[in-house]
Design a protein around this ligand. Structure first.
Ligand code: SF4
Length: 352
């Protein structure tokens, strides 16, 4: 289940210093659009500052830099204040997504007292709630408390891929597809909803292979989940992916790949969405050319689940260089960013 040498290399990149930010307020809070109730609507998002993911004690996922926001000195009373802050800042919104740089359902990260306090406020102020968790905290005993509050809950799990080899050798998640399936069964038995995160283009997997993996993974989870969120890689600080990227050995996925996945999976029996973080930026999903319209279409198709405009744009665009780049990259050991390498070589030769 774990490649210990790889996990050790990833752990070495994690900084020892910790965030010195205010422990009484969340890392950040904002509003965005989502469709947690089956239609697009404004949704609040809060990132609570916690002690962080239990997996950090051993290692981290190869793309995850959320440890940059955590603090081991966070106390229970700080978390109560963060909860108050979040509900004070909700405004008109009655839909909330909670991120914690780890697992909301881990009682060592969010103690049961804080969780109950949060859920009481959620019951009074929210119609829908999404929280994230690793699979190890999804069991009937741990969930019995939150289930009794009168608020609809969707739990998000980072499966990343249904391929255990990719999860072990590339992502270092420390989990398996079998564990995900068991968690999905527990959630279904308890009447809780599930959002499944899949990761597009983890390191050491070509973009071509990753697109195929996403399609296969969507098929594998389609009858287990309420929706699937395709998360294209965005490069976070102090991670294995950043290390490769800085050496020119990794390129984030293209927006064309996201469009393909959305179009190919739209009739697979589950809703598939993608809201690319850092889209069109150098650390996020981007094409060779600037593609504002394509990014907007990916967002709007995800929100409305109407893919007609995206399909028209996709079919009427010249994608020959995209497919050529994917074939070339697939023939190489690493997913080099060839454009950046050419730029670098050009700059180096000018200085000679
Ligand atoms: S399980 Fe989530 S929070 Fe923990 S290391 Fe992996 S991506 Fe980061």
């Amino acid at each position: 289940m774990i490649n210990r040498e790889y996990a050790k290399q990833i752990k070495k990149l994690m900084p020892n210093r910790e965030s010195a930010s205010d422990p009484n307020s969340p890392v950040s809070m904002w509003k965005e659009m989502d469709r947690l109730r089956g239609y697009p609507e404004p949704t609040s998002v809060v990132i609570f500052r916690t002690k962080g993911c239990s997996w950090y004690n051993f290692s981290s996922c190869s793309m995850c830099g959320y440890f940059n926001d955590v603090s081991s000195s966070i106390k229970e009373e700080d978390l109560y204040k963060q909860v108050d802050y979040a509900f004070r800042s909700l405004g008109e919104t009655r839909i909330l997504k909670v991120f914690t740089s780890g697992s909301f359902l881990d009682p060592l990260e969010v103690p049961i007292g804080v969780r109950d306090y949060f859920m009481e406020k959620a019951e009074a102020n929210l119609d829908k709630l999404l929280v994230e968790s690793r699979t190890e905290y999804i069991n009937a005993r741990n969930l019995s408390g939150i289930k009794n509050y009168g608020v609809d809950i969707r739990i998000a799990i980072g499966l990343e891929s249904s391929n255990d080899t990719i999860v072990r050798e590339s992502i270092n998640k420390g989990s398996t597809f079998a564990k995900f399936v068991e968690s999905a069964r527990v959630l279904k038995d308890l009447g809780l909803e599930l959002r499944t995160y899949l990761l597009l283009k983890p390191p050491f997997v070509s973009e071509k292979a990753s697109v195929e993996d996403m399609i296969r993974s969507i098929k594998d989870v389609s009858n287990l989940t309420d929706d699937v969120s395709i998360n294209p890689m965005n490069i976070q600080k102090n991670t294995m992916v950043e290390k490769l990227w800085k050496k020119g050995l990794y390129r984030p996925p293209r927006l064309w790949s996201i469009a393909r996945i959305l179009l190919e999976s739209r009739n697979m029996g589950t809703q598939v969405i993608s809201y690319p973080t850092g889209g069109n930026k150098i650390r996020g999903a981007h094409n060779q050319e600037d593609s504002i319209e394509l990014l907007n279409l990916i967002f709007s198709a995800s929100l409305t689940q109407d893919f007609s405009d995206l399909e028209t744009f996709y079919n009427n665009s010249d994608k020959s260089s995209y497919f050529n780049d994917l074939c070339l990259e697939d023939s190489m050991v690493f997913q080099q960013d060839l454009d950046r390498m050419v730029d670098r070589l050009g700059a180096a030769s000018m200085t000679v």
